[in-house]
Write a protein that binds this ligand. Structure first.
Ligand SMILES: *[C@@H]1O[C@H](CO)[C@@H](O)[C@H](O)[C@H]1NC(C)=O
Ligand SMILES: *[C@@H]1O[C@H](CO)[C@@H](O)[C@H](O)[C@H]1NC(C)=O
Ligand SMILES: *[C@@H]1O[C@H](CO)[C@@H](O)[C@H](O)[C@H]1NC(C)=O
Ligand SMILES: *[C@@H]1O[C@H](CO)[C@@H](O)[C@H](O)[C@H]1NC(C)=O
Ligand SMILES: *[C@@H]1O[C@H](CO)[C@@H](O)[C@H](O)[C@H]1NC(C)=O
Ligand SMILES: *[C@@H]1O[C@H](CO)[C@@H](O)[C@H](O)[C@H]1NC(C)=O
Ligand SMILES: *[C@@H]1O[C@H](CO)[C@@H](O)[C@H](O)[C@H]1NC(C)=O
Length: 687
């Protein structure tokens, strides 16, 4: 029996293995023809020549670790001074970073053509977490130009002939219809946005995205990035070779000046929404930036501090950079234990502590399994879902205040969700990747039980701690989530693949101090169901399983019994009936954690309401057909769309039946959306 004592501080007892992969900068190359990585294992599909997002490569799961202890107790402290709890966290901790150049594929073509699957995917999360945070940016934000109109009349265009810099980032031109599209999305689902001010175009900075972004998005704009990976500017030839943290400091100061000037002209420009330094941990360390006095000097202007980091890169295989090609089969095991997240996070622990001291939230602004699109068979399989959960929860324990998983186009392996290629949008649906399941699981793990959303009205009271479970076995990490000092949920990961069942874990959850005698339990836990558990022998532990047969499985994972299917299967709504299991805690709460899986256990009396009832408002569309007005939204749902969704109801599919006459402005929006989809799906064929 291994007792995970709550007195363990974070990280104590971890071995010092580190990933065998190198930390690398987020170099993203944007308009390459998809290339097929050299098949490197028996399971790789040598015939496949399609887009990376649908690559069929399947790898061999790592062997069952030996020895593996499969029975242990998680002893949770309740009340008193609980040591090792994180900063307060929100259910929206894990969001998405959408490369600006693909915003027209993921969000919608324009403000009257919103991608309904995207709305559904966001709605599933918002229902759990209150809201979703999404960044539109990346390298392509750095040269993006807000224009009155584009040559082709579209909302966003790439100028591929203008791509000349080393990352081959095409300059973007976009109209403010992109901002209107984002605002409209927020009127359906509570999505909060991050944007970036282009740092590479010219000096002084172009402020129009800040000015118009604030005017159009209002409170839905929660931060503006000032520079994307400035520690790579010199390496990529955007600045002199001598460009260092002090130079960035100077440019940041100029930006603040420019915003001050702008705000004196335009009352609406807030100069205190900035996010910095956003370094990739490539050529500078955060400490070098802090040493310039950055945080104190710009205290008033800095809404968040942020970094961007990927644990590895696949640039050599994807883009023939001439570097070392990493074999996906070789790197796969390095993603499948607790050290994977730890090795990314450790280098930022001083910075998250400093941020807390300075009263700033510290974000992982862009991350995923590996830069340059991730690895086939690693980034797009169930193992990546477990990796994403464990990595995110470790970030939450380590003082990060949020993280954004990057979304690219068809040419990447790591997408949380991928729209079908444009010329297939009439007969294919979206592909939902493992990282989206991570987001669902993290949202439910961290979201407060009292769900009087919108979350913006709440002060976060959720804290999380790493339990150093199973004597710190890196294959079986576990977390306790507390609200107001009381343990409310437990999350357990089993990274092991073992179809025999011999590696399923039997985890006993105990709440209380030494002895756990009923007296003590009664005194401390009078308002929790565990009182019943220990005193009357009938207690509940709600479990939600994230399940698949193997860490190598591609698609069709289930979260509490529901799935988004495999390639091209999803309109963003979960398929299947939600399956929540009730565990009797008499004489003890023993939770089975299958190998592999993530299990979330709800401990509180609210569990019933909390673990069930996750029915998000959804938006229906039939993308396979070209029937007019296939998108339907119930006007009543829209009328309360901003955080107050009722159980999802679908409207009619008949053309024109969403009458705009009687129900007010949001119905006009609904009708516009429905019509735009009807027209737009046909339009998609032509583009
Ligand atoms: C694209 O970039 C090229 C080279 O910089 C430039 O000459 C051309 O005008 C640009 N086209 C558009 C549509 O902006
Ligand atoms: C701000 O305005 C002042 C006065 O007009 C001007 O001198 C200064 O150059 C401006 N700064 C920036 C960064 O635009
Ligand atoms: C973090 O701080 C400690 C103590 O000041 C120092 O020894 C260590 O090098 C720092 N870590 C990093 C990654 O800079
Ligand atoms: C879609 O476009 C790609 C690239 O041009 C082409 O290879 C593919 O065959 C097209 N698919 C369909 C169904 O038209
Ligand atoms: C997902 O399940 C469906 C239905 O069982 C099956 O047809 C499909 O091949 C599976 N997809 C993947 C990617 O495993
Ligand atoms: C619900 O999940 C449990 C645990 O995985 C499983 O034993 C049970 O068969 C599932 N029930 C249904 C109806 O799928
Ligand atoms: C929005 O995009 C759709 C689909 O491409 C197109 O039919 C429609 O005209 C566009 N609307 C505007 C206002 O550009």
């Amino acid at each position: 029996m291994h007792l995970g004592s709550v007195s363990h501080k974070l990280g104590v007892g971890f071995s010092i293995f580190s990933l065998l992969v190198q930390v690398n900068a987020a170099v993203t190359v944007y308009h390459q023809t998809p290339t097929v990585p050299t098949p490197t294992s028996a399971a790789a599909d040598a015939e496949y020549t399609g887009a990376a997002a649908y690559n069929p490569t399947t790898l061999i799961p790592p062997p069952v670790p030996s020895p593996l202890n499969t029975q242990f107790t998680l002893q949770l402290q309740s009340g008193g001074d609980v040591q090792g709890l994180s900063i307060p966290q929100e259910g929206s901790f894990l969001g998405f970073s959408i490369e600006m150049s693909v915003a027209n594929q993921v969000l919608g073509k324009n403000s009257t053509f919103i991608q309904v699957p995207f709305l559904n995917l966001m709605s599933n999360l918002a229902k759990r977490a209150g809201r979703v945070t999404v960044r539109v940016g990346g390298n392509t934000q750095e040269t993006a130009e807000l224009v009155d109109s584009t040559p082709d009349g579209r909302m966003l265009e790439k100028n591929i002939s203008g791509a000349s810099n080393p990352t081959q980032t095409p300059p973007l031109v976009f109209t403010n219809d992109l901002l209107h599209l984002m605002r409209k999305i927020s009127s359906f689902v509570d999505v909060r946005w991050f944007l970036g001010i282009p740092f590479l175009l010219d000096t002084p900075n172009r402020l129009d995205i800040a000015e118009q972004g604030q005017a159009i998005l209002g409170d839905y704009l929660i931060g503006l990035q000032a520079g994307n990976e400035p520690d790579l500017y010199a390496r990529h030839g955007h600045r002199d070779q001598s460009y260092g943290p002090f130079d960035y400091f100077g440019e940041f100061a100029n930006l603040v000046d420019a915003l001050t000037n702008s705000s004196s002209k335009n009352q609406q420009t807030n100069k205190n929404l900035l996010i910095g330094p956003n370094i990739a941990y490539a050529d500078w360390t955060p400490e070098q930036v802090w040493d310039t006095g950055f945080i104190d000097s710009f205290d008033a202007n800095l809404k968040y501090l942020a970094v961007e980091n990927y644990p590895s890169d696949n640039c050599a295989a994807q883009f023939n950079t001439g570097g070392t090609v990493r074999n996906p089969q070789d790197v796969f095991p390095s993603y499948l234990d607790h050290n994977a997240g730890k090795s990314i996070i450790d280098k930022f622990r001083n910075s998250t502590a400093l941020a807390a001291q300075k009263g700033k939230r510290f974000l992982m602004f862009e991350t995923n399994t590996a830069s340059c699109g991730g690895f086939p068979g690693v980034s797009d399989v169930f193992g990546a879902a477990l990796w994403g959960i464990d990595y995110s929860l470790q970030m939450a324990t380590a003082g990060f205040g949020g993280a954004l998983m990057h979304v690219g186009g068809q040419n990447v392996f790591y997408n949380p969700f991928t729209p079908p290629p444009t010329n297939q949008s009439t007969f294919h649906q979206w592909t939902v990747g493992p990282i989206y399941y991570s987001a669902l699981a993290v949202a439910e793990t961290l979201a407060p039980a009292s769900s009087s959303f919108p979350a913006s009205a709440q002060t976060p009271t959720t804290q999380i701690m790493d339990l150093n479970a199973n004597d710190g076995d890196i294959h079986t990490p576990a977390y306790a989530v507390y609200e107001n000092g009381v343990p409310v949920r437990v999350g357990i990961v089993n990274f092991v693949t073992d179809p025999s069942g011999a590696s399923d874990l039997s985890v006993s959850i105990a709440v209380g101090g030494d002895g756990q005698g009923p007296k003590e339990v009664k005194v401390k836990y009078v308002f929790t169901v565990f009182v019943d558990c220990w005193l009357w022998g009938s207690c509940i532990g709600m479990r939600r399983y994230l399940l698949a047969s193997s860490v190598s499985q591609k698609g069709n994972y289930t979260w509490a019994g529901q799935t988004f299917g495999g390639h091209f299967d999803s309109d963003g709504r979960p398929i299947g009936t939600e399956n929540i299991t009730t565990v009797s805690c008499s004489p003890a709460c023993i939770i089975t954690v299958p190998a592999p899986s993530y299990v979330l256990v709800f401990l509180t009396p609210n569990s019933d309401a909390e673990a069930g009832g996750v029915v998000a408002a959804t938006f229906s569309t039939t993308a396979q057909t070209r029937v007019r007005n296939t998108a339907t939204i119930d006007p009543a749902v829209l009328a309360t769309s901003n955080g107050g969704f009722q159980k999802g109801k679908l409207g009619s599919t008949s053309p024109g039946s969403n009458s705009a006459a009687s129900v007010g402005p949001s119905v006009v929006l609904a009708t516009l959306l429905a019509m735009a989809l009807g027209v737009g799906l046909v339009g998609a064929m032509r583009s």
